[in-house]
Each structure stands twice: as structure tokens, then as C-alpha cells.
Design a protein around this ligand. Sequence first.
Ligand code: BGC
Length: 971
Amino acid sequence: MCLATHANAQKDTADNLGVLKQELAKVFPHNRTINLVFHGHSVPSGYWSNQEVRTLDSYPYILLGLLKKAYPKAVINIITTAIGGEHAEKGAARFATDVLPHQPDVIFIDYALNDLGLGLERSEAAWAQMIEEAKLNNISVVLLTPSPDQRQDMGNTENLLSKHAQQIRKLAAKYGLPVADSYAAFEAVFKENGTIEPFMSHVNHPNRLGHELIANEIFKLFAQQKYPQFGVDPLKDVIAAMTIDEKALMVTGAKRREIYPTALPGKRQKNIVAVGGYTYPFLHLGIPPIYLSDGPAGVRIAPRRSGDGQTYYATAFPVATLVASGWDTSLSREIGEAMGHEALEYGVDILLAPAMNIHRDPLGGRSFEYYSEDPLLTGKMASAYVQGIQSKGVGASIKHFAANNQETSRRYINTIVSERALREIYLEGYRIAVKEAKPWTVMSSYNKINGVYTPQSKELLVDILRKEWGFDGFVLTDWYGGDDPVEQMKAHNDLLMPGLQVWTDTIADALRKGNLSMDVIDQNIENILNVALKTGTVKDYPYTEKPDFEKSKEIARRVARESMVLLKNERNTLPIQARSTSIGLFGNYSYKNLPGGTGSGAVNYEHAVSVAEGLKTAGFGLDPVLEGKYTTHLEKGKPLSDKADSLITAMPPRDSILSELEWDNREIERSARETDMAIITIMRIFGEGGDRHVDHFHLTAEELTLIDRISNAYHAQQKKVVVLLNVGGVVETASWKDKVDGILLTWQSGQEGGHAVADLVSGKFTPSGKLPTTFPVRYADAPSAKNFPGTPSENPTAVVYEEDIYVGYRYYDTFRVPTSFPFGFGLSYTSFTYTDFKIEKGKGGNATLMVTVENTGRYPGKEVVQVYATAPSGKLEHPEKELKAFAKTRLLQPGERETLRFEISPRMLSSFDTDASAWVAEKGIYDLKIAVSSDTIVANGKFHLAKSQITEKVSKSLVPQVPINTLRSSK
Ligand code: BGC
């Protein structure tokens, strides 16, 4: 048997093939010979990145794997020759020695992609020489011309390629040979029974086509061969049937290697572009590629595909910080369901979300993707979101596990943190999500914890995650995370993403040398494949690529309006009483909605509703002069580009933000006379790959002047001024908040944000969000400010969490540091009273708390009720108070009441005792408080624990290697 096609004769191709050949020869007795000729750039990885030519990749590899199994006793000879440009001459020179002796049945001679300085005539002469030799030897020849797809793809080489096409046709005529474009040729040669569909219209690389067609055909050729089939035969048998190389490929993703995610034969080929990554397909074992896509605020795929008129937008939902501000787990679940639905309908198997690191420092660059400074709120929000996603049959990936609280030096920062702070603050949210929601996957983070990269930490990924918390899915790295693939395998970081060949090679090598045990990798593969069994791809879900966007929009809008936080509302400035009110709408981003942050958490949405659009739709009049000028300003300037067609990398460049339009006083005074009130939007956007600078926390001089002048002018007319904070993170408010009458924190509110703002300011709905994160007076007040983002300051390599457990309100409360707006704070248009507070001993030593909330105001509204505990002083010191539970009432009409009930177990009251490596509820009197914000307690009661109890014993893990000068309130 002999198959011939063409490959680039790169040196390392030949080397790799040589190695492979030797390996094969070791394994199989020599009683049969198979000759393969790879010749030219149709070896999939051979063309785009010559440096990375690896024949282990893609179809030659698949082909080999199949052949090895079909002919277990065969010797497989692999020949590479070259064909295009200068290689044409080399190829021709080696033709007689390298190709002919193997007596291939057919040879494909490909056009050259470029002439490599050789000139077309010399290529042509070389091709002619090969054709003649082939004819002399009775070998069929097929000539290939560039396919239309490829011509389009090659762009500026169009002329060259059409010249090549002409040349090839000339040769074909001269020698009477068949000629086809590369697509058609593959089709012609392999289409024996008419089953190959021309399904690859979007594909911009003909090699993918060759890859797929050949793999399919080979698969059919050897279909009679029995391989254990994934999903049919026991998983153990499937894994046992994998070669070492296949195992190493299975645990390293396939995205960055020109590997096209080929569907199983007979299954629909997925065309999703710019998914975060996918796993390696093994067609003969029935293992398809599994698709993973970002991210927390919506499914992140490219909205356009080449050669395809349809668009593939996704809904940009409110960012996680806004969702957390709703304090409503049912809304978080709904968002998860909507995203899960969109993912499923686009053919995505696993959503790389939710992101659930802690808001440790106000300047954290990805804080919008994260929920809160509090681990309980984080854990509960994430759990509900995971449950929502997974209820649709799509996997969630909680990330970035763990203590990934900054972007500065994110790939290598060593986070030095106490065991107690880890357990109580940085791991706790994950623990809750793993236990309550059973995420299919966990994404490890980039950073080290106490000296060890998280993807290489057995203590984190095995002892804590799997043994203590019972996680049974698979762990994947963050993209390119960690520095030692073998250590990652040993720590059961099952899948390395997005997948580099060098990782595969390192792992295969370690397996061969015995430096990595087969049991370990088998376990990792089992973890991956067990999850894969649940996916849409494996279940062959008939996805439509047409999600229900109307439903998503409704959810995005509702979640946004139920979660925005009313920070200030002097003398009932809001809601605006009359629809006839005309508004002086200031601030660039009142006219353009930036719905989320940048980086992998960005979503390619179709349209985002601005505040201007929302207000106008709701019937408000806007000052036309302002509107005209801002619109022109935004058109002329270079606002942040909010739509990327293809986000191949996680981090699109950050665009410059348009500076505020300058207004002179006369214009502002005119607007103050002619309109009834002013609204000013202040915007902050940032994202993955960098933290914010303190200047970004402060309002700019322009913004402050704008607030000042507008407030003076409108107040002189007895008219009100409201500020909207469209910000991805905390900003300074203390210095200017007294100047304005109202402040509505919209965070980054997703694509329906403008409508949500209108829903609230119009009074159609009452705000009910509360802060998931403290707004400090000054940045320097933040407990982490002293050590963020680490040392040395130029290029930090380590950051010491000296503030320890005193993160956010745990610090401000305990150390009596005034804040601008405290954790848990948020106003309503209506008012609530709290009565009938009861505290009882419940089952299992629990405390049962009850309180009745009554809407005593004039508007229907919902109220968030928080339960904090103050622990008795014992062996361990404690923050002044800690959040232990929360709930949101249903919509209460004026006069309506609802009784809320909370169960607080001793485990929930426990603190982490480092000496004992255990969670301990110390004996004594706990003060349990019902609160409407961390600084406003409305009822409280005592709960007595007679005996100290160990509520959970854990492993001694992640111990700091250096002393930490931790902050203590008792010092
Ligand atoms: C980000 C992850 C993301 C991944 C894939 C990384 O750079 O940190 O959050 O899921 O890229 O896009």
C-alpha cells in the first residue's frame, strides 16, 4: 500500500519523522511495509509557520496513528520532499532517490505559494522534470492549482497565485494531466463513495481541508479495524488504545498548532471562529474536539466568518461586579442559563467562566470580571451562575484558581499569603462553588502561591480541590500558564491550554523515560474525557447558531436594573417625576455605551444601548445642542473600539479613551436654563493584562471641572444633577459627591444598559442593588495599597498579602477607617422597616434567624438583607464582622411584608485555625446582626456556642515559605 501527498521538506519535519519511524520500528515486527510520501505544503502545519513544522500534528499524524493500528506489524516509511519555489528544484533533484523507490500510486504536485526568489520559470522546469519522471515510472500525477478560497486568503499574492494557476494549466495541457484546484483535487481523489460534503466554505486555509478530507477517508479506509470507541466502549479501553504520543496530545489543547478541529466522520463540522481553544481530536477512537470559549459576560466568539454573510454575535450581559450588586442568586442563575443557552446554540461545550477572584485592591485590572471583595457573596453568585450554565448542558470553568488578584506580572507573580487568609478569603468562594454547583472544570491561575505555580501545585489541585472539596471534573491551565508540563501533569492539572507542541513533546518524552507515570496521565485523560461525555459535541447536539437573543436581552436588561446601585439621592432627586422632563445629558459615554471591560472578558455584541438611547426611548427629551455636539465629538474622535471581528488573542490592544468635551460656562448655563435637570456619565474601562494606576481611580481634572460647573449652573436654577458611574471598578467619590444630588452606579451594564438606566431614573422600577465592594475615601486607605502590586516596584515578582484576612470591609470596619460608601450599601426609592426579629437554636446546633421586612414607602421595591456575625474573642482574632448570609425579598408593594429566614451553622461561624489546620467555631457568644449595609445594623441577637468545635479538618497545604508581617488588630 502506498499513499503519496506532499509536504514541505523542512529539516525538523524530516527529523521528527525519523524519530517516529524509529519508534514505530521498535514497536512493530518487520513484516509489512507502508510507504507514505508527504510532499509540499499540504502537511497542515507546514505552511503557515515553517518554524513549527511537526508532522506529529494533524492529518499525517492521524494517518500514522491509523496505519499503526491497522497494520500493527508494519514498518512505516515516511518520505518528505519539497515542491514549491526553491524547494521545487530540491524536490526535483531528490525525486528519484526519495520518492520513486517507494512506488507511490499517485503523486500530487502542488503549486508554489511563493516563488521564494526562484522565479516561476525555474519552478515550472522543476515540476516538468518531476512529471516526466513520474510518467516514466507509471505513476499517476494530479496537478493542483490554488483554490479560490486560498487565493482570497493570500490577498496580496493574488497575482502570483493566478500566474501559478496559469502555469499549472499550461503544464497540464502539455502532459495531458488532470488538473484541479486543491479543494477539488482532494475531493476528486478521495471521494470514492460521494460522502464528502463541500462543508468548508469558510475555511481560510486549504490545508485544513486536506486534513479533514484525508482524515475522513483514512478513517473510512480503516473503519473495519476495531478500535475501542469513545462513548461506546469502556473509557479505560479507549485510553489504553492510545499511543504515548496520542496521550500527550490529548492533555495539550490543539488550538495554537494549526490543528483544525475536525469533526468525527458523519458528524457536522463546527465552524466557530475564535473559540478560546479546543482539545485534540482522535477520529479513529471516536473522540471529537471539545470547544472552550470565554467568558464571564457572554460567549466570546468572532461575529463574522470569512466567506459567510451571516453574523454570529453574542449578548453582552452585565459584568460580574454588577451581577453581584444585585445580591440575588436567582438572577445570577438566569444569566448563567442565558449564556449557557447561547453557548450551546453556537456549538460551544465549555464556557470559560465565571471568574471569581476577590476584589483585593481597588486597582485590580480584571475586577469587573470578578464579583466582590467578600468570598461568601462571590461563592454564592458563582454557584448560581455555574448551575445556570450547566443546566443547559454546557460546562462552566470557574477561574482563575486561585489568588489571582492582580494583572501586574500575572504570569509569574509569587503571591505570598498566609494559610488563614487563603482559606478564609481567597479559596472560600471556590470551595462554595465546587461544593454547591459541581462545575465541570476549574481553570488554574497564572500566579504562584507561596512559591509554587498553581497549575503545578498538588496541594492546591489534589489535596484541597479534589480530596477536600470532592471536585471530580478536569482542571485546565489558564492560557500558557505554568512553566513545567510534567509537573502540571503530576499535579493533575489535566489539560494544558491552548496547547503547544513543545509541551506535548515534553510530556511524551517524560512518559517514555519513565519520568511521568502512565497512571498519572491516564487519570488526567479520564478526567477530561469524563467531562467530554457530557458535552454538546459528544452528544451531537443539533445547535442552531441562532440563539434566542430577545430572551437574552430581556434578562440582560432586568439584571442590570435590579443590580445598579443608587449611591446618593438627595431630596428624592430620583425618580424623575414627569416624562416631559428634558435632560441636559453630559459626558461622552452618555451617548455611547461601553458594556464591559477589555480582554478575554469582552463580548462581540451587535448593539449596545446608550443612556441617550434608553432615555429617549422612555420618552425623555434631551438637550439637542449637547446631543449634537457629543455625537460629532464621538464620531470624530477615536472612542474605544467595541467590536473586534476576531479576537484570536485574549488581549486586544487597549484603545485610547476619548477625552471629555470641553464646555464653556455659557453653554452649560444655557443648558441649565433650557432643560429641567442634568445627567453626567463618568466612564472607566480597563481590562486583562494590566492593573489600573491610581490616576485612573481619581476623576480627571476635566471630569471634576465638568461636575463642578454643571452643578453650579443647574443649582443656580434650582435644578438637580445626577451622576451615572459607568465604571468597571471602584473610583474616587468622596471629594465630589456632595456637589451633586444623585449618583447611580451602573458599573458596566451590558448591552441593554441604557434601557436599564431609563427603567430606574423614570421610576418604572426601584433600585435595589447594593455594593459588593467598598468605595474607599482615598486609594491609600485600602489595606492592600501598601503592598500592591508587589516588589520590586519596577517589575514585581512577589506580592505579600500583609493585610491578611482584613480585605475590604473586614478591614475598614475593624480598623475604623471611614469609607465613602461602605460594603453592602445601596439606596431605594421606597423605605423598609424590620420587625419581629427572632433568633433560635435550630437543628444541628444551627442558629435560626428570622426577620420581617415591610415596604413602608411609596414605591414597590425589593430589599437586600445581610446577616453578619461578630465572633467572640478567643484564641483567634476576628474581623469586626463578617458576612454569613444574605437574601433579597421578592417585589414588595407598599405595605407588603415578607419574612426572611436564615440558617447559620457552626461551620459558617468558623474561622481557620492555622495551628490545627482546621475550621474551628470557637466557644462563646456570637453577635448575629441583621443589616442593610455593613455599617447599618437593624436588629441583632446573641447566639451562644457552649463548646469550641472543629467543624472541618483539612490538610496542611500551601504554607508560606517566608515569614509574613501580617496585619493584626490586636497589635
Ligand atoms: C485569560 C482567561 C481566558 C483565556 C482564554 C487568558 O488570557 O486569563 O481568563 O479564559 O485567556 O481566552
